[in-house]
Design a protein around this ligand. Structure first.
Ligand SMILES: C[S@@+](CC[C@H](N)C(=O)[O-])C[C@H]1O[C@@H](n2cnc3c(N)ncnc32)[C@H](O)[C@@H]1O
Length: 265
């Protein structure tokens, strides 16, 4: 239990947070489906650009690093959550050319030596950093980690207000674990600078009764595509392309729920 604080309102209520372990993260992602959608686009870039080295920032449970490992010579995958890294090491990474490290954008320079052909940052991490200032710093430190002809790929949500409003509830995810059913619902509330994200978790016991519910709320930086383009070019990236959900067509802010930004050093 802890006190929930909302900017300008102060303590409003006591809520219980659900602790999303790496195992739960993996259970709610449905990796075979996600990788099937992303694989052709991402490995297509790796092959086309003859990528030999990849840095994956915010790798989470490191399924992408494992996927990419058969296409390149070496991968460094980092995440500030030691639990994510431990889980990835134990359960996901099978290839010897993947190096896992604990850390994030903030310690990129001291943690990772050398430069890479490709830096990837997948799964809405830039907005999770929380502010435009932090996004800018992340873009700058990413650029420093790229070789001369290197490229970075950032995946994040389309923050166009009409899309956030239309997609404000994600389809509930239902997880069966240890005889219990967990129903996870995600809700977004658009804000000009920060967008609120609520994770609602309902637990049903093995006898079918509602056992508990949790509300995890956090704020992400509202990273609209036009602002992002300005920030990326101010950070020195010479060419930027935006591609829509799944990587199949040019990004359309009135249609796609997420985008890939391809940044060329
Ligand atoms: C939504 S998960 C995405 C994980 C993975 N890349 C994927 O696509 O499934 C967000 C990840 O960002 C990581 N993260 C949070 N703050 C970060 C930071 N400052 N630098 C790098 N990663 C961060 C979290 O630990 C978490 O594993």
């Amino acid at each position: 239990m802890f006190k929930n604080k909302i900017d300008g309102i102060g303590d409003i209520m006591a809520v219980k947070n659900f602790h999303f372990t790496p195992e739960f993260y993996d259970l709610q992602v449905c990796w075979p489906e996600r990788l099937k959608k992303e694989k052709n686009f991402l490995t297509g870039i790796i092959k086309k650009r003859n990528i030999k080295s990849i840095l994956d920032v915010g790798c989470g449970t490191a399924h992408h690093a494992q996927l990419f490992s058969s296409y390149v010579e070496n991968i460094t995958a980092i995440d500030p959550s030691s639990k994510m890294i431990e889980y990835a090491r134990k359960n996901i990474i099978k290839s010897s050319n993947v190096t896992l490290k604990i850390g994030g954008f903030e310690n990129l320079n001291s943690l990772v030596s050398g430069q890479y052909d490709l830096v990837v940052c997948l799964g809405n991490i830039l907005p999770i950093l929380g502010s435009r200032k932090k996004v800018k710093l992340a873009l700058k430190s990413t650029r420093k980690k790229l070789l001369k002809n290197g490229m970075a790929i950032f995946q994040f949500l389309n923050f166009t207000p009409s899309i956030i409003k239309k997609e404000k509830f994600y389809k509930p995810k239902i997880i069966n674990k240890d005889g219990k059913i967990y129903i996870i619902t995600k809700h977004f509330e658009y804000g000009k600078l920060k967008t609120r994200v609520d994770f609602l978790t309902t637990v049903i016991s093995d006898s079918g009764n509602l056992e508990d519910f949790y509300v995890n709320t956090y704020f992400v930086c509202t990273l609209r595509d036009k602002i992002f383009l300005k920030m990326a070019s101010n950070c020195g990236f010479k060419k930027i392309e935006l591609v829509g959900t799944g990587g199949r067509e040019v990004f359309n802010r009135k249609k796609h729920v997420s985008l890939y930004a391809l940044l060329y050093r």
